[in-house]
Design a protein around this ligand. Structure first.
Ligand code: 4AD
Ligand code: MG
Length: 447
């Protein structure tokens, strides 16, 4: 048998005999020709069987191969601009075909359109589809580009616990579980607090893992289990944090553009929108954002839109507000200095303005909204203790966290990036549930 290759590399083998191992994604017959669109995990390529090239019974079987049958095919690679696939532009003329398993005929995810619920119920099969494959390939590229940038910039990856003794991002979205004789434990909403311990040992760290929020919100931006990347940096203020964020996000976007050009093209994503994602990103204070939104709200004449745009200083942004703000730029936008009341307890207050905190959200363009949330952290012990009391949080559970402020406390900052939100933005898809292999929402833990 000829050399086994991956479809992603097929362009390097024009004029050579190769072997592909994969699955039949689609089949169309034209008289003496049978076209198989084969996927092998690395891509999709057209393989063509010509009646004259194969034993009659082999050609016959090929003509009747059900979708998703597993096969091994060998033959000659030809360049052909018309050949469909991802990357496409090359096809294989089949000389040999081995059927590893002939799939059963009742494959549920045929290539027609399916309703969302049906597709989600069959997520274990849906991920084989070209669109889903392309999105999840982008996700893998986002994750590796993220790690690449952090590892090349002096960060150490730390693993933070999933089972935790207390809430860190508000008590309303906690998943709780009985924990032996220790009472209740909670699934982590963030690894941040542990990373604040890790920086005093490692300086610059990140954790990257699943995060849990019992979000009651049924929006296209919320999952109950999502993946968050969380860098944390010692001796770092809010301005330095924004520089780290924009450089990392720009690296991710540019890497995806380069490595996933075919996937983005398949998804119909306008790549020119992402080519503009370079540091520095624009920065806007919450005060200025509020002023702009209030003005917009007051000028709005359509009552329905007016209700959506209602805004006053002190409110957190809703999706329509974020969309209006990001319309102002074709880059991601930093909004900093939010009211402390709408943010987490650990955020450093603004000097001389205790009602505002040193927080920053990064809003993606085209209405994709918040992709990163971060802040400078309170580094003073007593100030932090006062906040814990004010929020009614259990002091005992935060004893270790408070102790970090006693031994070499320094200004430090960090942020969290929601992987699925970044993937949805880069792919230009509507809902983040397609940006994770097996989404978890309030209505779904299956499959
Ligand atoms: O803004 P959040 O809640 O910030 C934190 O958890 C901080 N402790 C992070 C840190 O400073 N280390 O969440 C960070 C990001 C959001 O910007 C969003 O992209 C994503 O996580 N996110 C969600 N993604 C999907 N579904 C949800 N329910 C999400 N909640 C937050
Ligand atoms: Mg946030």
């Amino acid at each position: 048998m000829a050399e086994h290759i991956s479809i992603s590399n097929i362009s390097k083998y024009a004029g050579q005999n190769v072997t592909l191992r994969g699955w039949v994604y689609n089949r169309t017959d034209k008289g003496k020709l049978c076209f198989l669109l084969v996927r092998d995990g690395s891509g999709f390529a057209q393989c063509v069987a010509f009646k004259g090239d194969l034993e009659p019974e082999v050609f016959d079987k090929t003509m009747r191969l059900p979708q998703e049958s597993a096969i091994i095919v060998s033959g000659l690679v030809r360049e052909d601009q018309r050949a469909p696939g991802i990357p496409g532009g090359y096809e294989l003329g089949i000389k040999q075909i081995e059927i590893v398993q002939e799939a059963e005929l009742d494959y549920p995810m045929s290539l027609k359109d399916h309703g969302v619920d049906f597709a989600l119920d069959h997520r274990h099969l849906w991920i084989r589809m070209q669109s889903q494959w392309a999105i999840l390939r982008v996700r893998a590229a986002v994750m590796s580009a993220t790690r690449e940038w952090l590892n090349n910039n002096g960060f150490f990856e730390m693993s933070t616990p999933i089972l935790t003794p207390a809430a860190a991002e508000g008590t309303t979205t906690l998943f709780e579980t009985e924990y032996f004789d220790e009472g209740k434990a909670y699934l982590a909403q963030t690894g941040q607090l542990y990373n604040e311990a890790n920086i005093f040992s490692f300086g610059k760290v990140y954790c990257f893992g699943p995060t849990f929020r019992a979000e009651k919100s049924k929006t296209r931006r919320h999952l109950t289990e999502f993946w968050m990347l969380e860098p944390e940096i010692a001796f770092c203020d809010l301005d330095q944090l924004m520089e780290i964020e924009e450089n990392m996000i720009a690296h991710i976007a540019q890497t995806v553009l380069k490595e996933c050009a075919a996937e983005l093209k398949f998804l119909g994503r306008d790549a020119s929108k992402l080519e503009r994602v370079f540091a520095p990103f624009p920065r806007m204070s919450y005060d200025d954002a509020a002023k702009y939104l209030i003005d917009l709200y007051e000028k709005e004449t359509d009552p329905e839109r007016k209700a959506l745009l209602k805004f006053e200083w002190g409110m957190d942004f809703g999706a329509p507000h974020e969309t209006e703000l990001t319309k102002l730029y074709d880059q991601p936008l930093f909004v900093y200095g939010y009211p402390s009341a709408v943010k987490a307890f650990y955020m450093e207050p603004w000097p001389d303005r205790p009602e505002v905190c040193k927080s920053v959200d990064l809003l993606a363009p085209e209405g994709y909204g918040e992709i990163c949330g971060g802040s400078e952290r309170i580094s003073n012990h007593d100030a932090l203790l006062a906040r814990i009391h004010k929020e009614g949080l259990p002091e005992e559970a935060f004893k270790w966290y408070l102790e970090l402020r006693k031994y070499g406390s320094v200004p430090h900052s960090g942020f969290g990036m929601g992987v699925e939100r970044v993937v949805a933005w880069l792919c230009g898809i509507e809902h983040i549930r397609e940006a994770i292999p097996f989404p978890r929402t309030i209505k779904r833990v299956y499959p």
